[in-house]
Write a protein that binds this ligand. Structure first.
Ligand SMILES: NC(=O)c1ccc[n+]([C@@H]2O[C@H](COP(=O)([O-])OP(=O)(O)OC[C@H]3O[C@@H](n4cnc5c(N)ncnc54)[C@H](OP(=O)(O)O)[C@@H]3O)[C@@H](O)[C@H]2O)c1
Length: 330
């Protein structure tokens, strides 16, 4: 995917390996383990006459988060890929909570559809108070999108990058908005950083954990640059780990994975209601008003892994994302 000589890449990668190796601290790992046991902080404020945009609200964390915001009076605009599920969701929310719920259909693995929905969101003439990037997938086998990009990278990361990028001006002009990216402790699987020379896993061996970790890491890196661009604008951007919770994630994978997940992994997981509680707190609580550029484990601020704090790579990811998305000319 680029023309950087192999020797330079090798040197660059080794340099980062030693840099990150030195930066890893046991205290951060212990903090993560401790934070994993904490409950989210609760926000009891209402959020009436506010608009919340959520991607992937038809299932799991997104679904419970939509219900949580609606139960406090917020109107919802969901970005989903499935019409029937979206209809059912919006009718349920309107019936139960008496708020407005609408949806836009977009397959967030397709650049064309990501652009279309981002442009539609940018054209809305009311403020978007909270924008939650939640849609995600976990694939044990590599898949390429119709644009020739690795699918997990696009759904989990590039879609949020493009939407944030195209909404920047609208959100800034509002003078007040919160972006929350549902990230993951899984970014730690990309322990030695992003393989910028091999984002499509053509040379390195693909695995579900590595592709997932890399996409989540890319999102955390993009947050560094977005956060800088949003300084003093009233727009905040944060990322969070939503807990280890029982959802439909991984259902696109084969029967062996699904059996293992159902019979072993799912039994250890919590309810996605805790994720929704945390996403509500991060989106609404006054304590979060000026907080930006942070990674939260539910509602506890936490230091991400060293590669997620690398500003030099953050700028590289930014540039590469503009190229991959074809945003150079904009
Ligand atoms: N569950 C956990 O323990 C956990 C832990 C850490 C992070 N997360 C993150 O939490 C987020 C939500 O995941 P979940 O666990 O709630 O999984 P989920 O139940 O599978 O929900 C995923 C949502 O994303 C949507 N989606 C998937 N691919 C899409 C695409 N190409 N275009 C548009 N929408 C798409 C799904 O739509 P359909 O309903 O049509 O399938 C669904 O609404 C993800 O970003 C995930 O990485 C989850």
């Amino acid at each position: 995917m680029n023309n950087v000589p192999q020797t330079a890449l090798k040197t660059g990668k080794n340099k980062k390996f030693y840099k990150y190796f030195k930066e890893y601290q046991w205290s951060n790992v212990l903090a993560m383990i401790k934070n994993n046991r904490l409950d989210p902080k609760i926000c009891t404020n209402d959020f009436k006459q506010k608009l919340v945009v959520i991607t992937g609200a038809t299932s799991g964390i997104g679904y419970f988060t939509a219900l949580k915001y609606a139960s406090h009076g917020a109107d919802l605009l969901c970005v989903n890929r499935n019409v029937q599920k979206s209809e059912a969701l919006c009718r349920e929310i309107e019936r139960e909570f008496g708020v407005k719920c609408s949806y836009k259909i977009a397959d967030l693995s397709s650049l064309k559809e990501i652009f279309r929905v981002a442009e539609e969101l940018a054209a809305i003439n009311t403020p978007i108070d909270v924008l939650i990037h939640n849609a995600g997938i976990y694939l044990t086998k590599k898949e390429l999108t119709s644009d020739g990009l690795e699918k997990v990278f696009v759904v989990q990361y590039l879609s949020s990058f493009i939407i944030n990028y195209l909404l920047k001006d609208k959100l800034k002009s509002q003078g007040n908005a919160r972006i929350i990216m549902v990230n993951s402790e899984g970014h730690r699987f990309a322990a030695w950083g992003l393989r910028m020379d091999d984002l499509n896993w053509e040379r390195g061996r693909y695995s579900g954990l590595k592709s997932y970790g890399s996409a989540k890491l890319a999102q955390l890196l993009s947050m560094i640059v977005f956060d800088e661009q949003f300084q003093n604008t009233g727009v905040t951007i944060n990322a969070m780990h939503p807990g280890a919770v029982k959802t439909e994630t991984g259902q696109e994978n084969g029967p062996v994975y699904r059996w293992f997940k159902r019979n072993f992994i799912d039994k250890t997981l919590k309810s996605p209601e805790i994720s929704a509680e945390a996403l509500y707190y991060l989106g609404v609580s006054m304590e979060m008003e000026a907080v930006s550029g942070k990674f939260f484990n539910l509602t506890t601020v936490e230091e991400p892994a060293p590669p997620a704090l690398d500003k030099e790579v953050a700028c590289e990811v930014w540039e590469r994302s503009l190229d991959l998305a074809g945003l150079r000319a904009q």
